[in-house]
Ligand binder design. Sequence first.
Ligand code: NAP
Length: 248
Amino acid sequence: MTGRVLILGGTAEARALAQQLHDVGVPVISSLAGRVARPRLPVGNVRVGGFGGPEALARWLGELAITAVVDATHPFAERISASAARAAAVAGVPLLRLERPGWEAVDGDRWRWVDDLPRAAAAIRALGAARVLLTSGRQGLAAFAHDNTSWFLIRCVDPPDVALPARHEVLLDRGPYTLEGELALIDRHDIDAVVTKDSGGPLTEAKLEAARIRGVPVIVVRRPPGPEVATVRTAAEAAAWAGRQPSG
Ligand code: NAP
């Protein structure tokens, strides 16, 4: 018998894990940040909103009698991962990181790796790109706000609420995307550079193949370093780990 598992979610892997644990009768609470207006919900219990920092999360783990935590948040969600590591240590609750593998370039790709979004903005200027497909998400768009030279097609799930570059169009959309669709988008807007985070996973990778086919350079933002936590790549591995944890 397994105790109650907290899944820090907001990703496809987190939803897959909730489903797998639900299917074998493990009690689960999934936690979402509440960033997206209409999130895709996992099966089972869901709570929404920040905990109020690591100490508050540690208390919450005790109050809810959580016996294991899986941090399945997005590879770029730095603060919640740090908070989870600290809270789990304070509360003495086992923690596992579920993080999908990053993308890897193949023959024909024209990728430039950068450390963060400001450097991605600098890379656009260095490339002299005129028409940029910006897929790095709503947060961090401010890094591009001062670019008055390029035109940006800003694709995100919800409308941005920060300053945007002078010349842009916002495209509200969410994956999964198809190769056919991404090729059409690049062609329709005459895109000559793509910006992406190294989010990994199949749902949004069609843009990379489309860029390769069209010979378009891709500026790829490296993942930030996370806390030192035991890590698995798949929901199945995380489900097996959760099943092995003591029930508290
Ligand atoms: P973040 O910067 O690491 O988190 C900021 C704060 O939001 C955290 O300190 C925490 O507040 C709260 N928070 C974040 N994720 C939470 C969760 N799953 N449950 C409860 N509270 C959470 O995170 P972010 O980059 O804003 O991402 C927020 C969520 O969106 C994550 O769940 C992530 O998986 C998802 N997401 C992020 C990206 C991305 O590119 N960053 C892309 C797709 C999906 P407190 O300190 O008050 O607890």
